[in-house]
Design a protein around this ligand. Structure first.
Ligand code: AHR
Length: 501
């Protein structure tokens, strides 16, 4: 019997929001081995006719990723998209200053759009507002989305792509507040540029949706004034504001690391408040939604990256090998995003393949699932539908940076069409947690399945040689009795409770 006890009440009347499927987006940047050696490896035995690895496409499909941000990231702030279209043999090799790598341009936007289609995903395209501006942003929208009869749309057709790509979501640059960014700007400079670029891009294609850059993180000194100033300029022209965050267990403090998602929660609340402050100031009826288009754990590879030789094609950069504890943090971050589904419409796990990624490959060799693959795959495949407000009563703890951290992090998602209620839950405690769920309002509730991801060693990882060291298991689940489900969540575990309703 567990000493730790938590309770939840789940009622279908308390609807928070319908999840936007794009909350399960991801990200492929021209960085490290994400493209070259990741999705694209023409010499690989599993490569298809376009040079894309079929095994990687299959794993992406398993993750069920509806939208993929591309081509950066920091990379986009120095990128000339025209270098990546047209005959491959005529494409220039460029220095990528963001990652001190060589960009051979063998994969560009047309190839990526083709890959995304094969992976059942949409492209979320970023434009370069670092070294470039309104003119180039206008041209790329015309190339991608205009049917034909103009210079840039006819160039696309000349390149063999008769039908427009119809790319709906566009990012107005990337992390423009960061000193590491090529062409960094002040909030006023960026806000004005984003406003004008947005205006012109929508004149080319009024159906597109635009994401303005929020701060690169909540710890940068200009946060949240950056958000306020950018929106004071561009509120009417843009649809989303971006958020980025990464966490790491740098000092080996598990309890503190597991509480990281409380910081993410506070970050989201502050950005929502700032958006709504500008809305009030402008007397506007429009709501700005959030695009949390970079989130993950990122710290394992920081030191190794300093040793990587510059100016290579596809160098091994940002290759974090994820532990069981990282999977718990990713699970808590997913739950946090879902708890804000009323404002977070788009989110991108950064990234997708090899670079701080759920999917790893060896050049010419096998591919495998990292620990963080599983919480993402479970949520993306099973937690679709309506997020319900569900008060949690849980014992709490304090850690170095956080107070009142609940041992139980959980969110219910009701898939009405499938007749299923899914409860995603993380037990942050180093002992089992007895959870009692009151399923009022679901008179026909019947328990179906309890999936658990845990491991006796929180530092356990999946590798090429041991790809199944950390894998989910099914546990027996008791019946729903008098409208209540009682279940034990193992110590330090990610849980998916599936209930037929
Ligand atoms: O995802 C890796 C990098 O992190 C991205 O290029 C950048 O936007 C962020 O700083």
């Amino acid at each position: 019997m567990s000493n730790l006890k938590a309770r939840m009440t789940i009622d279908p009347a308390y609807r928070l929001a319908e999840t936007d499927p794009r909350i399960y987006g991801s990200f492929i940047e021209h960085l490290g081995r994400a493209v070259y050696g990741g999705i694209y490896d023409p010499g690989h035995p599993a490569a298809d006719e376009d040079g894309f690895r079929q095994d990687v496409i299959d794993l992406v499909k398993e993750l069920n990723v509806p939208i993929v941000r591309y081509p950066g990231g920091n990379f986009v702030s120095g990128y000339r998209w025209e270098d990546g279209v047209g005959p491959v043999e005529q494409r220039p090799v460029q220095l990528d200053l963001a990652w001190r790598s060589l960009e051979p341009n063998r994969v560009g936007l047309n190839e990526f759009a083709r890959w995304a289609k094969k992976a059942n995903s949409q492209v979320m395209m970023a434009v370069n507002l670092g070294t470039r501006g309104i003119e180039e942003a206008k041209q790329i929208v015309e190339y991608c989305n205009h049917p034909g009869g103009s210079y840039w749309s006819d160039l696309r057709r000349k390149h063999g792509i008769e039908q427009p790509h119809g790319i709906r979501v566009w990012c107005l640059g990337n992390e423009m507040d960061g000193p590491w960014q090529i062409g960094r700007k002040t909030a006023d400079e960026y806000g004005r540029l984003a406003q004008e670029a947005a205006k012109v891009m929508k004149w080319v294609d009024p159906s597109i949706e635009l994401v303005a850059c929020g701060s690169s993180g909540s710890k940068i000194a200009t946060f949240p004034d950056w958000e306020r100033i950018v929106l004071e300029h561009a509120y009417d022209e843009v649809d989303y504001l971006s958020l980025h965050t990464y966490y790491g267990n740098r000092d080996g403090d598990l309890a503190n690391f597991l509480a990281s998602s409380l910081d993410m929660d506070a970050f989201i609340r502050t950005v929502v408040a700032t958006c709504d402050f500008v809305r009030a100031k402008k007397r506007s009826n429009k709501t700005i939604y959030l695009s949390f288009d970079e989130w993950n754990v990122w710290f394992h590879s920081n030191e190794a990256d300093k040793q990587v030789e510059p100016w290579q094609v596809g160098p091994p950069l940002l290759e974090d090998v994820y532990t069981m504890e990282d999977a718990l943090v990713v699970g808590c971050m997913l739950i946090t995003l879902l708890k804000h589904a009323d404002r977070v419409r788009i989110a991108c796990l950064a990234q997708l393949v090899n670079v701080i990624a759920p999917i790893m490959t060896e050049n010419g060799g096998p591919s495998w699932r990292q620990t963080i693959f599983y919480p993402f795959a479970h949520a993306s495949n099973l937690a679709r539908g309506v997020v319900l407000h569900a008060p949690v009563e849980s014992p709490k703890y304090d850690s170095k940076d956080f107070t009142d951290v609940p041992y139980l992090e959980a969110v219910p998602v009701w898939n009405e069409a499938a007749g299923e209620l899914v409860l995603l839950a993380v037990n942050r405690a180093e002992e089992p947690l007895a959870l009692d769920v009151d399923l009022r309002g679901f008179p026909n509730a019947r328990s179906k399945e309890h999936i658990v991801l845990t491991h006796p060693n929180m530092k356990a990882v999946n590798t090429k040689d041991r790809p199944d060291e950390v894998v989910p298991q099914k546990r027996s689940i008791g019946a729903v009795d008098a409208g209540r489900l009682s279940v034990e969540l193992p110590a330090l575990s990610w849980n998916v409770l599936r209930v037929r309703v």
